[in-house]
Write a protein that binds this ligand. Structure first.
Ligand code: CA
Length: 362
C-alpha cells in the first residue's frame, strides 16, 4: 500500500512500472512540445557582433534543444522600438530581449552597473563580478522587480573614446558638445558641460553626418568601421574611459522562463554564456586590423585623451556615483557592492594583469 501511495503521489500509474516505463512516460510527453519564442533586440537586424550574437543564441538554443525551443529574433524597430525591449519583455509581449542594461537607467538607475561604469571594471572584471563575485544575485534581485531575468551575453572589451569633429585638448573642449553617449558616461559628460544624448545604434551615423550631434562614442575599431563613422568625423579618441568592459545582456520574461522545462532553461543559460565569450573574442580578435584600415586607408586621426582631461573625468565620475547613491537604497546597495568588488579586483589585477602588461617595457 505504501509503495502504491508513493507512486501515486509521483504521478505514475500502476501500469508499466518497469524502469523503462518510469523513465520514458513523462519524457515523451514533454519532448513533443515545441516552444516558439520571440526575441526583440536593441540592435538593427543582424547587426555585426551585437545582433549576430542574438541570432547565434537563437541558433544554439534550437540546436541544443533538438528543435524544442525555436526563437525568432527581431531587430530594433521590427516588432518594438529598439529602446522598447525592456517593456516588451517585462510585460510578456515577447519572451526574450537582447541589449545592454544601461539603456534602462530610466526604469531603475541600478541597471547601469550591469552594463558599464566609467573608470570601472574591464571585461574580465565584469565577468568576475557578475559570474563569481555576487553581481548576478544583485542583477536577479533588481530584474525580479520587473518580472525579468538576465545574463551576461556579450562583452565589448575596452571601448574607444569616440569620434569627434575637433580635437579635445582640455576639459573645456567638452563644453557645449552634443555627444551620443549612454549611461553613466553621459552623466559624466554633463558634469563637464557637455550635452549627452541617447540614440539607438541604427540612427547614430545619420545624426552625426547631419550635425544633429557633434560627436559619438560607439564600440571599437571593428564595429565603428562597419558603422561608417570615419566618413562623418575624423578624430578618433582613446581610451574608452566611459565603457571599459561593457556587458551585453540577454533577458527573459521571468514567469515564462520559469514555466519552461528545466532542460530548456539550462539551454538558454548555456547559450548566453557561449555568446558572452564569443562576442568578446570577435572584438578582441578583429579590432587591431580594423584600426589599421581606419588609420591607413581612411586617414582617421587617432588621438589619446590628454591625461588631465581623463583625470578630471575621473573626478566627475566619483561625483556622479555619489549622486547616484542618494537616489534610492537599492541603487546604493548595488553601487557599493560594485565598488567594493572593484577595489578588491583592482588589487589582484595590479599583481596579475598590470604587472604582466608592464613586461613589454623591459
Ligand atoms: Ca559605447
Amino acid at each position: 500500500m505504501k509503495r502504491r501511495e508513493v507512486l501515486k503521489k509521483a504521478g505514475v500509474g500502476a501500469v508499466g512500472l518497469g524502469a523503462a516505463g518510469l523513465a520514458l512516460k513523462p519524457r515523451k510527453a514533454s519532448a513533443k512540445k515545441v516552444y516558439h519564442w520571440k526575441m526583440v533586440t536593441t540592435w538593427p537586424p543582424h547587426f555585426p557582433v551585437l545582433g549576430e550574437s542574438a541570432d547565434l543564441i537563437a541558433k544554439w538554443v534550437e540546436e541544443m534543444s533538438g528543435g524544442r525551443l525555436k526563437i525568432t529574433v527581431y531587430g530594433g524597430g521590427e516588432l518594438v522600438p529598439p529602446l522598447g525591449v525592456f517593456d516588451a519583455v517585462s510585460s510578456g509581449t515577447v519572451e526574450m530581449g537582447h541589449g545592454a542594461a544601461y539603456y534602462w537607467a530610466g526604469k531603475h538607475p541600478a541597471t547601469q552597473f550591469f552594463a558599464a561604469v566609467p573608470f570601472g571594471l574591464n571585461a574580465q572584471g565584469m565577468n568576475a563580478w557578475i559570474i563569481s563575485g555576487g553581481g548576478q544575485q544583485l542583477w536577479d534581485e533588481l530584474y525580479a522587480k520587473f518580472n525579468l531575468k538576465a545574463w551576461p551575453a556579450g562583452n565589448t572589451g575596452v571601448q574607444m573614446g569616440g569620434w569627434f569633429n575637433k580635437e579635445i585638448k582640455t576639459i573645456d573642449d567638452l563644453k557645449g558638445l552634443k555627444m551620443r553617449i549612454p549611461g553613466l558616461g553621459g552623466k559624466v559628460l554633463a558634469k563637464a558641460g557637455g550635452n549627452a544624448v541617447l540614440v539607438a545604434g541604427g540612427e547614430i551615423y545619420t545624426n552625426l553626418d547631419r550635425g544633429v550631434i557633434d560627436a559619438t562614442e560607439w564600440v571599437g575599431p571593428y564595429h565603428d568601421y562597419k558603422m561608417g563613422f570615419y566618413k562623418a568625423a575624423k578624430f578618433y579618441y582613446y581610451p574608452g574611459w566611459h565603457e571599459p568592459g561593457t556587458t551585453l545582456e540577454c533577458m527573459v520574461n521571468k514567469k515564462k522562463f520559469e514555466a519552461l522545462p528545466k532542460d530548456l532553461q539550462a539551454i538558454i543559460v548555456a547559450a548566453c554564456a557561449r555568446s558572452n565569450m564569443w562576442s568578446l573574442c570577435e572584438f578582441e580578435a578583429k579590432n587591431e586590423s580594423y584600426l589599421q584600415i581606419l588609420v591607413d586607408k581612411h586617414h582617421v586621426k587617432l588621438r589619446k585623451f590628454p591625461d588631465p582631461v581623463l583625470a578630471q573625468l575621473k573626478k566627475y565620475t566619483v561625483e556622479v556615483l555619489d549622486d547616484l547613491k542618494k537616489k534610492d537604497p537599492y541603487t546604493k546597495k548595488v553601487c557599493e557592492a560594485y565598488e567594493a568588488f572593484k577595489v578588491q579586483y583592482g588589487k589582484w589585477n595590479e599583481i596579475s594583469e598590470e604587472s604582466y602588461a608592464r613586461l613589454k617595457y623591459l
